[in-house]
Design a protein around this ligand. Structure first.
Ligand code: FMN
Length: 320
């Protein structure tokens, strides 16, 4: 039997398969790559002997800002039923350090690199992109306008259509590389923000970022997270994410990167049927560091058993 093709095309990028990792849940991949290299899944893989991260369709980095961000103080993670709340605050060493370390390492991984960009102002996003334009190892940008864990910037851009369009347009003017905009579910109608990002010149949309939530310690009667609000992720958010992908796929013609609670090959297939071209695994990497490898193999098995020669045939194939 002929091996099914998992290849997909996303905003001009040719990807080996439709799998990526959700920004901030995989670092720059170094720690995971060491685990992957020693795994049975990796030893049996079709790309045996290749750098570990080449098992991904695309690698999405943690958020990168202009200067180092220390992240939030105090408790930053709370486990909840079927998911977790985080209030990391986009901690990262800044774009210079990122280029000198992570990007140099990533350039040897034989995988397209999508750099997730964050900022406190439109100008900061642009300056990060301008710095990254000098680096050949960058394949695309994912502009995070949807983080609930920073006071200034982040979600403020992603919840107002005019601001979303303006920051997208500013980033668009700074690069000819594929530009993805990452959307927040914490809005009344995500389709409205999707249309604004499309008008601003986005080539693709990523969704969803985390869902705003909180936890309370009844002993102290205080919020567990010092900033009160955190971002809910993991299995609990999957139905929200799936509906968001479906809704946005009906609203704009752009390709989509779907994420939110993905844990298995069936989850990936659901997101693709809803309209995603690429699907990212996030919080589940913490539970099962080999999840992406298992999912990739599961997609091949599903295509073979269903007689699907190319997985891209199923994108947007939802029957209503
Ligand atoms: C610990 C943590 C850190 C995150 N950091 C970022 C980030 O730097 N940039 C970003 O756009 N999204 C960030 N996210 C959001 C994820 O990329 C993803 O959109 C969200 O968690 C939903 O996917 P999941 O349920 O599979 O984790 C982060 C999520 C978690 C849990």
């Amino acid at each position: 039997m002929v091996m099914p093709s998992l290849a997909v095309r996303l905003a001009g990028l040719e990807l080996r398969n439709p799998l990526s990792v959700a920004s901030g849940t995989f670092g720059s991949g170094r720690e995971y790559s060491a685990v992957w290299e020693s795994s049975v899944e990796s030893r049996c893989a079709p790309n045996q002997g290749a750098p570990a991260l080449s098992a991904l369709g695309a690698m999405t980095t943690k958020g990168v800002s202009l200067r180092p961000w220390p992240g939030n103080q105090g408790t930053r993670i709370v486990e909840c039923a079927s998911g977790m709340l985080n209030s990391i605050g986009l901690q990262n060493p800044g774009v210079e350090e990122f280029c000198a370390n992570d990007l140099v390492w990533l350039s040897g991984q034989d995988v397209p690199v999508i750099v997730n960009v964050c900022g406190h102002s439109a100008d900061e996003y642009v300056q990060v992109i301008e710095r990254l334009e000098r680096e050949t190892a960058v394949s695309a940008y994912e502009v995070n306008i949807s983080c609930p864990n920073v006071d200034c910037g982040g979600m403020a851009f992603g919840t107002q259509p005019a601001a979303a369009e303006a920051v997208t347009a500013a980033c668009r003017a700074a690069t000819k590389r594929p530009l993805f905009v990452k959307l927040s579910p914490n809005v009344t109608d995500i389709a409205e923000i999707a249309r604004a990002a499309a008008s601003g010149g986005a080539d693709a949309l990523s969704l969803i970022n985390t869902v705003a939530g909180m936890a309370i310690d009844v002993r102290t009667r205080a919020p567990v997270l010092p900033r009160v609000v955190g971002g809910l992720s993991g299995a609990a958010v999957k139905p929200i994410a799936l509906y968001a992908v479906h809704r946005v796929s009906q609203a704009v013609k752009l390709p989509l990167v779907g994420m939110g609670g993905v844990r298995c090959a069936t989850d990936v297939l659901e997101f693709m049927l809803a309209g995603a071209t690429v699907v990212a695994v996030g919080t589940h990497n913490f539970t099962d560091p080999l999840a992406v490898l298992r999912i990739r193999d599961g997609l091949t098995d599903w295509c073979a058993s269903e007689g699907v020669a190319r997985i891209d045939e199923i994108i947007g194939g939802l029957r209503i």
